[in-house]
Design a binder for this molecule. Structure first.
Ligand code: GLA
Length: 389
């Protein structure tokens, strides 16, 4: 830790010279167990923060400038005012947070920020939300903004919606802000009420597979899916006024043919209502320690994401199918989709065998090397060391 603090300080001073005290922030990645593509529709989600992280070093400066440096891209940027997007995508997540803070009436002076991290990008593990929440936390620290963790989450989401342009829900930023070691949260995305849940199953373990098919939410059909789900909801509202969101549509006796949905709208609605049911099944399975039922619900969620919500891709579909032939308990794509990571629930002891069989078949089929990795559930965003040296 000490060494890390020294490195960051040296790095910052080598770029911009000596200055104010430096704060080092660690902001995690996330997985989601169940509740996919429902967090912008008022649904329940069950995410957890994981041990891959974005690291930031940040300090206030007296020049009134925003000075940024990305270690990963080896790029720097200096601006007086962040109002418009830059060509450097990584910087836009940071500038979006600054803009949203200013809009909310906070006074943000100049600051220096270095960013680095080890979250695989475009892998569905929320590297962008991790950066946004980390930046909000860092700015709150250096300018004494006293933002609560839920406020940090909302700030990050607004940056993404309004500045970056992805109409994402609140799940990613929220879990990154409030996550706790070894716990998932069950979050109601309508009310933002949440509680911590153990997702431990006696004879089973979770792990991830990166398909190495990169998704890009802002260029993908993510915003279209959201629009389709919202227009379907407007049609439901006409016949059933008073329902507060699509997720709350009563499933009992629900007849999609009553609503003059387009074919796509119908499929999106059927995914959302099915996901609601699967979420209850998984929660029950965790309460009862039933790893078979938990795995089954994961597998069903993947089929629904692939066939009804249409956010999967041939590579992740293939992986899930192969995993199923290997006898894992269940697997599904996580996050926005169109590639990225798969979450697997498997019996303890199967990992090595499944890994070698599936990797080989995947390579034969797509000439892509996928990657298997275990993960630990970690705390949310935090300051790791005060590096004033
Ligand atoms: C992305 C978004 C989230 C959520 C998921 C899908 O990760 O950022 O808000 O919509 O996709 O569940």
């Amino acid at each position: 830790m000490k060494e890390k603090s020294l490195d960051w300080t040296q790095k910052m001073e080598s770029i911009w010279g000596k200055g104010n005290p430096i704060h080092i922030i660690e902001s995690p990645a996330r997985i989601n167990i169940i509740g996919e593509h429902v967090d912008y529709l008022g649904g329940l989600v069950l995410p957890a923060a994981i041990h891959f992280s974005t690291f930031l070093a940040i300090r206030a400066n007296s020049e009134g400038k925003i000075r940024l440096h990305s270690i990963h891209f080896n790029e720097s940027l200096e601006l007086s005012s962040p109002e418009v997007q830059t060509e450097k995508k990584w910087a836009n997540y940071i500038l979006g947070v600054v803009e949203e803070l200013k809009k909310s009436g906070q006074k943000i002076d100049g600051f220096d920020l270095i960013v680095d991290g080890n979250i695989p990008q475009g892998a569905g593990l929320s590297s962008s939300a991790s950066l946004e929440v980390g930046v909000g936390y860092g700015l709150s620290r250096i300018f004494n903004l006293s933002l609560s963790r839920p406020e940090l989450a909302i700030l990050g989401q607004k940056a993404e919606n309004n500045f970056v342009g992805t109409q994402c829900g609140i799940m990613d930023q929220f879990i990154i802000a409030v996550g706790q070691k070894d716990k998932a949260i069950l979050l109601n995305t309508e009310t933002l009420e949440f509680n911590y849940h153990s997702i431990h199953l006696e004879n089973a373990e979770f792990y991830l597979i990166n398909s190495h098919v990169k998704h890009s939410l802002e260029t993908s059909s993510y915003n279209d899916r959201r629009k389709e789900a919202e227009s379907a909801f407007q049609k439901i509202l006409k016949l059933q006024p008073g329902i507060k969101n699509l997720y709350s549509t009563p499933e009992d006796g629900f007849d999609p043919d009553l609503y003059s949905f387009t074919e796509n709208e119908k499929k999106r609605v059927m995914h959302v209502l099915g996901e609601k049911e699967r979420t209850q099944k998984i929660l029950k399975a965790f309460r009862e320690g039933d790893e078979i039922a938990a795995g089954k619900a994961l597998g069903e969620s993947h089929v629904s994401l692939s066939e009804l919500y249409e956010v999967s891709c041939p590579e992740t579909d293939f992986l899930v199918k192969e995993l199923s032939s290997e006898g894992v308990l269940g697997a599904r794509m996580i996050g926005g989709g169109f590639g990225g990571c798969i979450l697997v629930l498997d019996k303890i002891g199967n990992y090595e065998k499944v890994k070698s069989n599936v990797l080989e078949k995947y390579f034969q089929k797509f000439s892509i090397r996928a990657e298997f990795f275990p993960f630990q559930i970690s705390d949310g965003v935090r300051e790791i060391v005060n590096s004033e040296v």
